[in-house]
Design a protein around this ligand. Structure first.
Ligand SMILES: Nc1nc2c(ncn2[C@@H]2O[C@H](COP(=O)(O)OP(=O)(O)OP(=O)(O)O)[C@@H](O)[C@H]2O)c(=O)[nH]1
Length: 757
């Protein structure tokens, strides 16, 4: 514990080797406004002319000055020369010793200019200088640029702010002792150094005041109040000094003479005579040395603890870069296999949700895929409108077209199929997007696999990602194709027997309910009471006979239970029921026989031949019902055999006005078709919502999950690839070397403190 300052200097040297700022070492920081006399104080302490002098801004870079007493301190020269001569060393010129202090000044000037430029700009990069002398006390001091107000030369407009920030950077470190220099010939209330010191040391515990230029005070005034601590209390007190004046410097007044003059000044001054022993540069140097030593003693345990934790952290960081000793030929295969297995198991774990590094910020991996299925895909499907892009005209045209030239033969179930199939196709884009989203998530997962160890081998990492991405891409095609075929399957056969399908009766009831809600419309619907068709069947059993309202209009509409595919044979449409009796045995309404409207056909109310085949068109066209059916399919003028030309008829059929003005019956039919499409679409949507995630899981997720390890081994575990795969990242090797150096420094510093304590 005898001399702690060399210990700190040693620590500083150790830290300087790596340019580390991680430990806040105790040091004295000299602060003051420009030309307040900072450099003069330093020179007097060192007792040498070595600092650049001149008018205006001179100190433009921080100067970290280590004073080493060659009797007690540590010298890099041999003992004899160290005892005989004082010398200086710069950190940026490690092997050069400066015996001539004029050369030291020149080196500071040129080094300042090298970094901060020729003009007046300042730089934050410090110059490290060590002075070895038998006349100095062990001290570490930092000289900083003075606070300036007006920019000059190259100085930027915010030079004052820049300088203040630079000074604050140094003095706010709790282990710094602030040497606040103020010229005595300026009011202390305006002292920049004291103002800055108070900002970071409000209780004035680590600030020592220095009053320069006491010899320049107006005659009859003195700074006794300040020096005795009455005017401005500082725990470490104020010390008054008298440096060489500009004239003394110009006349090369020797330091020793300057010392003598200073002593004479204080001893003979009427105001300071009594406190002369507590004034002057010698006293200041001793005080600073004592303060610094005590300060170091106080801070050393903290520094030791900090070093301890730094060693731990650095050790951890170093191990994260991987051990370079295990990349030799003998270990390469094992390393490849180990990293590859880790990558594969990370991939699987991310899918299974058993990963050790589960994010709390966002959904990822398997959970995200689950979210895609349930939320994203679900709501995308829900948002599809079953009747998207389907206008009334489309429906009407489809009904008409599906009847063909011989209306009695082609019934509108074809129209329903014709209309519902493209609607089912609407489910394809969201389904394919679901596949893509799951695929994208898997790709994302594979980019996050492998852990820190893989960062060491960027080529290997890239290759692993490439192989898994290839695997996923390979699976994307078949999965998308399968999903497309799921939609195609749904479109290939429209199963109107599906138990959940609303059927004609259901659609009618629905329409009826809607009509009840919309009374006026219902009245309109009522007008189509001419259509008397019988409605019954399993899906409309709730339609109560004799019901008023819409039921009146369609009171006897009858729907057969939806045909079994066998019954349809080659024809997919329903056939007229010749008996006029519904297949469930219910009697049709009074006007039922022969009411072969589109509704009859579609809902299965048509008379049937025993074979289930359609009756001959001519026989079906007999009677009133045939007329009604014909009227729905063909324009009346055509039916009435009016002598109209073919062109006229065609015009009539494609006339938009004609098509857009739907008759009441057509309106009802259109609504019914819409209900049927919606019902059927919903069934298909439900099944697609169920099947697509299953397909994605089976064909894409589970497949890649199960084959990832094998694929990686088969592609990458090849002797001839090992060299390339295990190429270390250059920057990582550099980082590792830096980290290693840092660890050595911390360990070294720790043992230095251990020895000293
Ligand atoms: N008479 C007298 N002159 C002094 C005293 N201290 C400094 N000076 C003069 O004041 C001028 C500025 O002194 P410096 O030591 O260069 O001041 P500085 O604070 O280091 O200046 P910058 O580094 O430019 O901020 C020089 O001409 C010194 O000779 C003193 O105690 N008495």
């Amino acid at each position: 514990m005898n001399d702690l300052i060399p210990l700190v200097n040693k620590l500083q040297d150790v830290f300087n080797t790596i340019g580390s700022d991680s430990i806040d070492l105790p040091q004295i920081v000299v602060v003051g406004s420009q030309s307040s006399g900072k450099s003069s104080v330093l020179e007097t302490i060192v007792q040498k002319d070595f600092l650049p002098r001149g008018n205006g801004v001179v100190t433009r870079r921080p100067l970290v000055l280590q004073l080493v007493n060659t009797h007690t301190g540590i010298s890099s020269m041999d003992e004899t020369s160290a005892k005989n001569a004082d010398y200086a060393e710069f950190m940026h010129l490690p092997h050069k010793q400066f015996l001539d202090f004029d050369e030291v000044r020149k080196e500071i000037e040129s080094e300042t200019a090298r970094v901060a430029g020729q003009n007046k700009a300042i730089s934050r990069t410090p110059i490290h200088l060590k002075i070895f002398s038998k006349d100095v006390l062990n001290l570490t001091l930092v000289d900083l640029p003075g606070v300036t107000k007006i920019p000059v030369g190259d100085q930027p407009t915010d030079i004052e702010k820049q300088t203040r920030n630079l000074i604050l950077d140094y003095i706010q470190r709790p282990n710094s002792v602030i040497l606040a220099v103020s010229p005595a010939n300026v009011d202390l209330a305006n002292s920049d150094s004291l103002k800055l010191a108070r900002q970071v040391d409000p209780h004035a515990k680590r600030t020592i005041g220095v009053l320069t230029k006491l010899d320049l005070m107006d005659a009859g005034t003195n700074a006794l109040d300040v020096l005795s601590g009455r005017a401005y209390p500082l725990k470490l007190g104020f010390v008054g000094v008298v440096n060489r004046s500009q004239a003394d410097i110009q006349s090369n007044k020797p330091m020793t003479d300057a010392f003598k003059s200073e002593t004479v000044f204080f001893e003979n001054h009427p105001a300071y005579r009594a406190i002369a022993h507590r004034c002057g540069t010698t006293f200041l140097a001793k005080t600073l040395s004592t303060i610094l030593m005590n300060h170091i003693r106080d801070k050393l345990p903290d520094i030791k603890a900090k070093l301890n934790s730094l060693i731990g952290q650095t050790q951890q960081e170093l191990s994260s870069y991987g051990d370079p000793t295990f990349t030799g030929k003998a270990h390469r295969g094992a390393i490849i296999l180990q990293l590859l297995t880790r990558f594969a198991s990370d991939f699987v774990a991310a899918i299974d949700g058993t990963s050790a590094e589960i994010s709390t910020k966002e959904l990822c991996g398997g959970a995200r895929i689950y979210y895609i299925f349930n939320n994203v895909f679900g709501s995308a499907l829900d948002s599809v409108n079953p009747c998207e892009n389907l206008t009334n005209q489309d429906i009407r045209i489809a009904i008409r077209n599906s009847t063909g030239p011989r209306p009695s033969l082609f019934v509108p179930e074809i129209a329903f199929e014709l209309l519902v199939k493209p609607q089912i196709k609407l489910l394809e884009p969201p389904s394919l997007r679901c596949v893509e989203l799951a695929y994208e998530e898997l790709v994302k997962i594979c980019h996050n696999c492998g852990g820190k160890n893989l960062a060491r081998f960027p080529r290997f990492h890239a290759k692993l990602i490439e192989v898994v991405s290839d695997l996923l891409r390979e699976r994307l095609g078949p999965t998308s194709e399968y999903v497309e075929s799921l939609i195609a399957i749904q479109r290939s056969y429209i199963n109107t027997n599906h138990p959940d399908f609303i059927g004609g009766g259901g659609a009618m009831s629905q329409l009826e309910r809607t009509s009840e809600r919309k009374k006026p419309e219902m009245d309109r619907t009522r007008r189509i009471s001419a259509v008397n068709v019988t409605l019954n069947g399993p899906s409309n059993s709730h339609v109560v006979e004799g019901e008023k309202s819409l039921t009146n209009a369609v009171s006897s509409l009858s729907v057969h239970p939806v045909e079994k595919p066998r019954e349809r044979e080659s024809s997919t449409h329903l056939h007229p029921n010749p008996s006029g009796i519904t297949t469930n045995g219910a009697h049709p309404g009074p006007n039922a026989p022969g009411k072969d409207t589109f509704l009859n056909y579609f809902f299965g109310a048509q008379p049937r031949h025993s074979t289930g085949r359609p009756s001959h068109p001519e026989s079906r066209l007999a009677g009133h019902s045939q007329d009604v059916a014909k009227e729905m399919i063909m324009p009346k003028t055509v039916l009435d055999g009016e002598p109209v030309g073919i062109d006229r008829k065609l015009d009539h059929m494609t006339d938009h006005n004609e098509l857009s003005h739907l008759s009441d019956r057509e309106d009802m039919e259109t609504q019914l078709i819409r209900s049927l499409i919606t019902s059927y679409f919903n069934i298909t949507r439900k099944s697609i919502q169920d099947l697509v995630p299953k397909a994605v899981m089976h064909l894409l997720v589970n497949y890649s999950r199960e084959s990832v390890q094998n694929r990686l081994v088969a592609t990458l575990y090849k002797e001839e690839l090992f060299n390339d795969l295990l190429q270390e990242d250059d920057s990582l090797s550099a980082e590792r070397a830096k980290c290693k150096a840092m660890l050595d420094v911390f360990k070294n510093a720790f043992s230095i403190i251990n020895e000293a304590m």
